[in-house]
Write a protein that binds this ligand. Sequence first.
Ligand code: OAD
Ligand code: ZN
Length: 249
Amino acid sequence: EALASAARTIRDADEIVALTGAGVSTASGIPDFRGEDGLWQQYDPADFHVDRFRADPAGYWDQHLDLYDEFFDGDVAPNAAHDALSDLEAAGHLDTLVTQNIDGLHAEAGSDSVVRLHGTAANTVCQSCRERYDVEPILERARDGDVPPTCDECDGTLKPDTVLFGERLPERALMRSQAAARSADVFLAIGSSLTVEPAASLPRTAADRGATLVIVNLDETPLTDRAAHDFRADVTDVVPRLRDAIVGD
Ligand code: OAD
Ligand code: ZN
């Protein structure tokens, strides 16, 4: 059936690229943005705009401390979808894993070829000299009221090393992901609403160049019509079953 057919396509392909979104991490307890229990139910997207950070870095840090405490409190772990993607890579059936997620769970699950399009929550970066610092000690300082935390080198303002609306994506990550999309034979879009550019243009680029598009997402996406295989289901169900069908268990 549908799953076996998608698995065959993936197994027979040369260049396989995946793009993941917040939907791969909801089963790990991290909310997505636009899903049923997404952050946009609770937060104003404008709070995630770089203009907001620049206008009020202290207020931004205060609000985001709550997010860190609620969702990155140490017992967040990869789920079956992260594990299955890591297994696919290890078995030679996934060449590049582009993620919009900042949670580090793909690397924790053992994936090596991860391209982080939207940065990482594990670091902070000085807005003046670009020096980077581990987030943990900075969070400690911020919890003690030192907001916004500042750079030891130049006293510039520190920002989480994640991409906000209105910011450029990390150049190398963007280049790598675009090159991967152009050379993909199969492109898997997993747990993303495919609504935020330029990430959403990756599967479109791949499909335009003839790649077979496989989508796994609870909701319909703007690219669903172009998918050869469309799984409107939970990633923690579909991705492990795809892995089992491709590499055997
Ligand atoms: P979204 O929240 O836009 O989309 C997540 C999608 O995953 C939704 O369509 C959900 O229905 C679906 N979903 C949730 N849990 C699922 C599950 N267990 N199984 C299958 N599907 C599930 O998240 P992204 O597409 O990642 O950017 O959002 C893109 C960007 O928007 C984010 O990286 C972030 C945000 O603004 C920045 O912060 C720059
Ligand atoms: Zn600095």
